[in-house]
Design a protein around this ligand. Structure first.
Ligand code: ATP
Ligand code: ZN
Ligand code: MG
Length: 302
């Protein structure tokens, strides 16, 4: 049987992705970045009139706030922490000896105050809570961040460091579920404009362990998460390129996010997987952007 060149290999050969020797950790070419920038401008044209407050956080967040978020209860397998050498000169000497003989030199590294951001919206909730009550009209935020998830894979659509663009809405149940529905409709329309066929389906997060099974069932039964799926590496298992998440009042309660009248805010977020969307475009329209259909090029570059 012929060895089929995988999509990942073709992305490396074309230079769109740059191999670093680690699965899921890739450099990106100027062309790849240009597609992401163009798609983000398309997102702006759909979301721009809503008046969201833009904020950009670095790809690391406050460890104490990460601990409070409960991420380690649900997704310990995905988290990444930043550790550093904090020792004396003597410790430095044994560190170098350890490296010299190929022993584990990382075991004496100490946790810093920073962990890698797991989703673009995680640093937002405590930031907004610090401001005091939200106005009656709620809050709307526009975020983008590199996110880390320890899920090494040969699937180019499953990376360990990738960018997520998000809109986050805080307000009443009605307000935030309307927001989520609006973005599901917009997501379908946007992908149509760039020539991608999509489906939307109910989904769940990969909650860890046996207790996580209950969380999965609860999330699906209550329709808390939907995904917009596009075939990339498989038609049988299309890839989630957007997600639409309704958190009920769980983040509101956790972070004391309250509305003007004292009621607990409900929250919802919609996330765009920017690398996945670029990969879907390259997979569907070909690796040479110049050959993409005129309508797609027009939607992206005017
Ligand atoms: P999946 O089910 O494929 O693991 P997810 O449910 O974990 O996706 P979310 O947590 O909802 O995804 O993240 C929002 C968006 O970020 C996803 O819709 C996807 O487009 C993107 N994303 C998530 N994980 C990755 C990854 N490992 N590599 C690239 N993009 C990702
Ligand atoms: Zn989010
Ligand atoms: Mg995932």
């Amino acid at each position: 049987m012929d060895m089929q060149t995988s999509f990942l290999d073709r992305l490396f050969e074309s230079g769109l992705l740059i191999d670093t020797g680690v699965d899921g950790l890739y450099g990106r070419s100027g062309q790849f970045e240009d597609v992401i920038a163009a798609f983000e401008r398309l997102i702006d044209t759909f979301g721009g009139a809503d008046g969201a407050e833009a904020m950009r956080f670095p790809p690391g967040m406050n460890r104490a706030l990460f601990e409070k978020s409960g991420y380690m209860k649900s997704f310990p397998q995905l988290a990444g922490t930043v550790h550093s050498f904090c020792g004396s000169e003597l410790d430095h000497m044994s560190l170098l000896e350890c490296m010299e003989v190929g022993d584990d030199w990382t075991k004496d590294q100490k946790a810093t105050d920073i962990v890698l951001t797991p989703a673009a919206c995680y640093p937002l909730y405590p930031t907004v809570a610090k401001r005091g009550n939200l106005p009656k009209t709620g809050g709307l935020f526009d975020l983008q961040s590199y996110c880390f998830r320890h899920e090494p894979s040969k699937d180019p659509a499953r990376q360990q460091l990738f960018r997520m663009r998000e809109y986050v809405c805080m307000g009443t149940e009605q307000h935030v579920t309307d927001f989520r529905q609006k973005w599901m409709d917009r997501g379908v329309e946007m992908m149509k404009q760039v020539g991608l066929d999509v489906t939307i389906d109910v989904a769940n997060d990969p909650f860890f362990g046996r207790a996580g099974k209950m969380m999965v069932n609860n999330q699906r039964d209550q329709n808390l998460k939907f995904e917009l799926l596009i075939p990339i590496t498989s038609t049988a298992n299309p890839t989630a390129c957007m997600s639409f998440n309704y958190h009920q009042d769980s983040f509101g309660l956790k972070w004391a996010l309250n509305l003007e009248d004292g009621s607990v805010a409900h929250t919802a977020c919609v996330g765009f997987g920017l690398e996945r969307i670029a990969l879907a475009l390259f997979h569907h329209h070909g690796l040479d952007v110049k050959q993409w259909p005129a309508s797609v090029r027009k939607a992206l570059w005017g």
